[in-house]
Design a binder for this molecule. Structure first.
Ligand SMILES: Cc1cc2nc3c(=O)[nH]c(=O)nc-3n(C[C@H](O)[C@H](O)[C@H](O)COP(=O)(O)O)c2cc1C
Length: 364
């Protein structure tokens, strides 16, 4: 068997294989962001499905930072009990599985590609200094709750045009003070978030990052900016950096990238080498478009430490085990139709193409 089955050390966390479940909104929590049965079932299936590292969907650090009505929350101590059930369940379902919660704040309305049903309006351009540092502290408090709940790591959603990436992207950040303008200033908030989380969770708890490699917008942050930021995050102790990209209209962007790439999967692969140089030995995950084992092995051979999967695991949570153990090692049946992304704005996460129940209710 190739590299996919090899274990990996991520900041002291032992991961049994190279599959990373990239954070995927479940929209299955209670009205107060609490863990519910559907969520437990989803993560049970993912854990027994063999994914080495499972990252939850975007989990809100404040109640008003949510983009989805049924988004999971880590803003309140009362949520810790449910989160610890979730961590326990993952570990019991598969003792070799490692899990992290992805921390998220939506930022200004319409920024991310959530298609979410809530319209929030934190305007980073009008925020007072104290509001900004308070938000960084909210990331820290949420991270400490994740740690207390028994997860193996915490992850930061620093990509896709939500709050953290809004600060770094000139598309959103028009501040003229110390939080905006130069990339040093725009990078202050992401680095502050890392610093505050580190202070809260101590030196040994892995802090993972998902970040853009490019905003893919003429006035956005570009490759060089993100290489610079990745280097600083690595220096600041990020245990793993997951590479993604884009800020808006992500469904369209992905289709475009897929078209441009022809049949090629792994559409961010061309920038991997540059990010490897930028981050040194810090583990890197590449996410986006991977569907077949050969391509995933190629991505690892090209220098990634993990392959991130989202949509293939929606239609087939045991895809990792299928590829690792065979005999059926065919590519994912996910067609990247993106209807999961559109529907999760208002419904619990499901595969719109292969969930048998979707076929039953389609024409009703
Ligand atoms: C339904 C859906 C929900 C998603 N939710 C999140 C999320 O909560 N956090 C995040 O960082 N990315 C999220 N993403 C992006 C994925 O993690 C991933 O970066 C992207 O889908 C590309 O990978 P794939 O081709 O394996 O699906 C979501 C994508 C989909 C389709």
């Amino acid at each position: 068997m190739g590299q996919l089955s090899r274990p990996l050390d991520v900041g002291g966390m032992q991961i049994s294989n190279r599959f990373l479940r990239s954070a995927t909104m479940e929209n299955m929590a209670g009205a107060n962001g609490q863990v519910r049965r559907d969520l437990l079932r989803l993560y049970h299936e993912l854990a027994v499905g063999g994914c080495g590292l499972i990252i939850t969907g975007a989990t809100a650090i404040t109640a008003d930072g949510r983009a989805w009505a049924q988004q999971l929350g880590a803003w309140d101590d009362a949520q810790v009990e449910g989160l610890s059930r979730l961590a326990r369940l993952i570990h019991r379902s598969n003792p070799t599985a490692r899990c992290a919660v992805q921390l998220h704040h939506v930022g200004s309305a319409g920024g991310g590609y959530s298609y979410g049903s809530l319209t929030q309006g934190f305007d980073l351009n009008r925020a007072a200094d104290a509001d900004i540092t308070e938000l960084a502290r909210a990331f820290g408090r949420a991270a400490e709750r994740v740690q207390r709940a028994g997860f193996d790591a915490v992850a930061v959603h620093g990509a896709h045009g939500y709050l953290v990436s809004q600060f770094f992207s000139p598309v959103f950040n028009q501040r003229q003070d110390g939080w905006g303008g130069s990339r040093e200033n725009r990078g202050r908030f992401p680095l502050l978030v890392q610093e505050v989380i580190r202070r809260e969770v101590g030196p040994d708890f892995p802090v993972l990052w998902k970040m853009n490699t490019d905003d893919f917008l003429p006035e956005g942050a570009g490759r060089e900016d993100y290489l610079w930021l990745a280097g600083l995050l690595a220096q600041a102790g990020a245990a793993l950096i997951e590479l993604s990209g884009g800020v808006k209209e992500q469904a369209k962007l992905r289709n475009q990238l897929r078209r441009e790439a022809g049949e090629r999967e792994a559409y961010f692969l061309p920038v991997l080498e540059a990010f490897r140089s930028a981050v040194g030995d810090t583990p890197l995950a590449l996410t986006g478009g991977m569907r077949s084992r050969e391509v995933m092995e190629g991505v690892l051979a090209a220098g990634a430490d993990m392959v991130g999967l989202s949509r293939p695991l929606i239609c087939e949570p045991d895809f990792p085990n299928r590829l690792l153990n065979g005999p059926d090692r065919r590519r994912s049946r996910c067609t990247s139709c993106n209807r999961c992304l559109l529907s999760v704005a208002s419904e619990p996460l499901t595969c719109m193409e292969f969930d048998p129940f979707e076929k039953v209710i389609r024409d009703i």
